[in-house]
Design a protein. Structure first.
Length: 230
């Protein structure tokens, strides 16, 4: 592929520097004086409020960051599907890029960016595969199309044409027609992230935001709740 230049002069034709700089808004005065002792309780409260907020779509979407074997940090969105057993669970393909990264470095971070509420929650912790029976149980609750999609997709592998993906979907739907029981693919399942740090951020006036961070040295230790400068 030819080297493609994109400098300020070119960018100006689309969006000027002044326009980008002016992209800012003032935050409100919804203070964060304190939070419950249990960070999961605090998280559940904020998740529910985000879900009930009509502007926020996919309140349970979170940005997952992982570290690759060549020390690149990569991020992508996944959906939170459970908060239990002291962790945050999502589902994916165990042969995907993220899964290979987690195999090498189980330290990951999760970010819930709820900008419409001037809030974010950032979490860092350790990801581990959940049990096969837990994955089976959740897979069985997925809509048929998503179940067939899990068989059709070789997530993160190169794909020559869209048609190839659709053919794989067709093939799997012939094997398990709508209404039949679709088994969970062996390459598909969940990870649970056991947190070591959970930070709640609430935007406030003059950039004097509130940051409250639950921290613990290891997964067996008690939580401490500390406030940080914004
Ligand atoms: C809103 C949203 C939700 C998503 N949820 C999931 C998910 O729950 N699991 C998943 O594997 N990919 C999900 N994806 C796709 C991932 O962001 C990503 O493209 C895919 O998992 C491949 O990532 P990888 O190649 O880094 O492994 C979602 C994307 C978006 C935008």
């Amino acid at each position: 592929m030819a080297f493609l230049r994109f400098d300020r002069a070119m960018a100006d034709e689309i969006v000027t520097k002044e326009e980008v700089r002016a992209m800012r808004r003032s935050y409100g005065d919804a203070g964060l004086e304190t939070l419950p002792d249990n960070p999961f309780e605090a998280f559940a409260m904020w998740l529910k409020q985000a879900h009930e907020n009509t502007i926020i779509v996919e309140a349970n979407a979170m940005v997952l960051s992982t570290l690759t074997s060549d020390s690149q940090i990569e991020t992508r969105t996944v959906l939170l599907k459970d908060i239990s057993e002291g962790g945050f669970t999502f589902f994916t393909n165990y042969d995907s890029r993220k899964a290979h990264a987690i195999d090498l470095h189980s330290n990951v971070s999760l970010l819930f960016p709820w900008y419409a509420m001037e809030r974010q929650i950032s979490i860092s912790g350790i990801a581990e595969k959940i049990s096969e029976s837990e994955s089976d149980e959740y897979f069985a609750t997925r809509p048929w199309g998503s179940q067939i999609g899990a068989w059709a997709s070789q997530q993160s592998s190169p794909l020559a044409t869209r048609a190839e993906l659709e053919q794989r979907f067709e093939g799997a739907s012939k094997k398990w027609p709508e209404g039949s029981v679709v088994p969970r693919p062996p390459h598909w399942g969940g990870y649970r992230v056991t947190p070591l740090q959970i930070e709640f951020w609430q935007g406030r006036y003059s950039r004097l935001h509130d940051r409250l961070r639950y921290e613990r040295a290891n997964t067996a230790a008690d939580w401490e709740l500390n406030r940080y400068y914004p």
